[in-house]
Design a protein around this ligand. Structure first.
Ligand SMILES: [Zn+2]
Length: 302
């Protein structure tokens, strides 16, 4: 089901719900309240969902992904997966990560034709083998993982749902007769991975979070501008292999402004250029070579 279809279905549900209570409500007063709240909903950061809603939504999506190996073939390589997870665990230990109780679990999708990564609510992170083949160093990988971590940590999916459905949710809650409404919305949307489409603002925030997560890690094991190593390479390569980047550009709009924003952070923080230890090219190549010889080898030539 696409996003619009889902919205329509939910709207019908709300319409049916409202028709029952309409006659008992002082509509004028309610509309004033709703208008006020709608303005709040439109501002960024406002989230009507609870953290446990994020967890529930994430679990539903994880189940859907696990049940669909045709679209999401999970790579069975415990060593490579553990390597990514060890980087992720260290990122999550950054003082900049707020929701440390989410379950940040990295899985690899064996699809060498796709250069992308995505996050589901509450911390499930999926990295395509196409992306692992495309990058050349550990700071780029850490930058991507920290970017995805921020989408979950800042709860972008439920924040976006608040913007889409907040008005109806608040109105229904104001009527006080449907405590299960949020659960209904979570239930209805849990099967729609389209809620993972992020706006340019979300992307900028996730880039910023990536920089801050890595910059605040004691000893800075990875270059804080790591996400830019990936973005710059992607922007340069995209015209030559648009198919490989289709999902990335659809779910994470990439543009020069994003790159410039992080470049200005790099400059103002005075961190300088990445060190050889931060790039850890040799170590990354050793793990990346585990993809060689399998179906995950791609002729990208990078
Ligand atoms: Zn993103």
């Amino acid at each position: 089901m696409n996003r619009e279809g889902g919205k329509e279905k939910l709207n019908m549900k709300f319409k049916a719900y409202f028709s029952k209570y309409k006659q008992h409500v002082m509509l004028g007063a309610l509309m004033t309240l709703v208008t006020t709240i709608a303005i709040s909903c439109a501002s960024s950061g406002f989230n009507l969902f609870s953290k446990s809603d994020d967890v529930q939504l994430g679990q539903q999506m994880a189940q859907q992904i696990a049940a669909d190996p045709a679209h999401y073939p999970i790579l069975n390589n415990p060593t490579l997966t553990a390597y990514l997870q060890s980087i992720e665990d260290r990122i999550v230990s950054s003082p900049n990560v707020q929701n440390k109780d989410f379950h940040y679990r990295v899985q690899i999708i064996n699809d060498p034709k796709t250069i992308n990564a995505f996050t589901i609510p509450a911390g499930g992170i999926y990295v395509y083998t196409g992306l692992l083949n495309f990058i050349n160093d550990e700071s780029a990988l850490a930058g991507v993982l920290a970017h995805e971590t921020t989408h979950a940590d800042h709860r972008h999916a439920t924040r976006n749902l608040t913007q889409a459905y907040g008005l109806q949710m608040i109105t229904a809650l104001a009527l006080g007769n449907n405590p299960g409404l949020i659960a209904q919305i979570v239930g209805a949307l849990g099967s729609q991975l389209t809620v993972l489409k992020f706006s340019r603002d979300d992307e900028r925030e996730a880039d910023q979070g990536s920089f801050d997560d890595l910059n605040q890690l004691p000893g800075r094991p990875w270059w804080p501008g790591g996400v830019n190593l990936f973005l710059q390479k992607s922007l340069a390569a995209q015209p030559n292999q648009p198919g490989a980047f289709q999902q990335l550009f659809l779910t994470h709009p990439v543009d020069q402004q994003r790159i410039d924003a992080i470049n200005s952070d790099i400059k103002s923080s005075g961190i300088g250029n990445p060190t050889a230890a931060q790039l850890n090219v040799g170590n990354y190549a050793r793990y990346k070579s585990m993809l060689t010889g399998s179906a995950a080898t791609a002729p990208y030539g990078h």
